[in-house]
Ligand binder design. Structure first.
Ligand SMILES: [Zn+2]
Length: 234
């Protein structure tokens, strides 16, 4: 980024107040990736931004880039996800996702595709949908963009369509190719549901979810995905 004025679109992932009364935000910006942005004196009242510096706030951030720092000048809030921030369980879930992004996205590297996945998941989290399933969608979509998500439809060994799936480490096998007895076995109906959960566009998912009873154990599957993330990106 060159020195000068910018209007950046992004979301607050993390907020930190310094002992000097500054606010430091770690934002995910479209086209510019994650980075720190400083609002000098903002916590002491020299320049107030109200609630606009809270995590999960999406908006246009007017900034000045000096040779060393990015300074915040103004925020135009576009989406505050109030339904999430006013619900402790939803907020906790969303902050787990924001923390994963903080941890795994490379600073200053644009990642608009993951930003879109995050936005989609937060919009779904605002509604009355199973949170573990939304987390599955969030993690799977993100990891698929990065080539880390296990292929669920075709066997990693023979390439045939899997019916009952045997999930072993970061790959999924069919009945014939399964390698050992420690795999996670996913029955056909669950597998189908898990594919729908990540593949359907948001509006279709909202309609679909009203007609089905979720069976898949997303808590377990999400743990598997997070393990893959950790092992791949550590
Ligand atoms: Zn196979």
């Amino acid at each position: 980024m060159r020195q000068g004025f910018y209007k950046l679109t992004g979301v607050v992932l993390k907020r930190h107040e310094t002992s000097e009364g500054d606010i430091r935000l770690y934002n995910l910006f479209r086209d510019f990736g994650p980075q720190w942005i400083l609002a000098p004196g903002a916590a002491r009242g020299r320049r107030r931004f109200g609630g606009a510096t809270e995590p999960l706030i999406w908006g246009h951030f007017s900034c000045y880039k000096s040779p060393k720092q990015l300074y915040l000048r103004d925020i135009e809030v576009k989406e505050d996800h109030w339904n999430i921030r006013s619900n402790p369980d939803k907020l906790e879930r969303a902050m787990i996702w924001a923390n994963l992004l903080t941890k795994y996205l490379l600073p200053l590297q644009p990642c608009n595709e993951v930003m879109a996945v995050f936005y989609d998941s937060l919009c779904l989290l605002e509604g009355d949908i199973d949170e573990s399933m939304i987390e599955w969608r969030f993690l799977y979509r993100w990891m698929k963009k990065w080539g880390l998500a296990p292929e669920l439809i075709r066997c990693a060994s023979c390439g045939k369509e899997v019916t009952t799936a045997y999930w072993d480490g970061d790959v999924v096998f069919c009945e014939e190719c399964r390698s050992n007895k420690d795999e996670l076995i996913i029955p056909k109906e669950e597998l189908r549901e898990m594919v729908f959960a990540f593949a359907l566009p948001r509006e279709s998912l909202v309609r679909w979810i009203q007609r089905v009873e979720l069976r898949a154990n997303y808590v377990v599957y999400n743990r598997k995905l997070r393990d893959i993330l950790r092992l791949s990106l550590a």
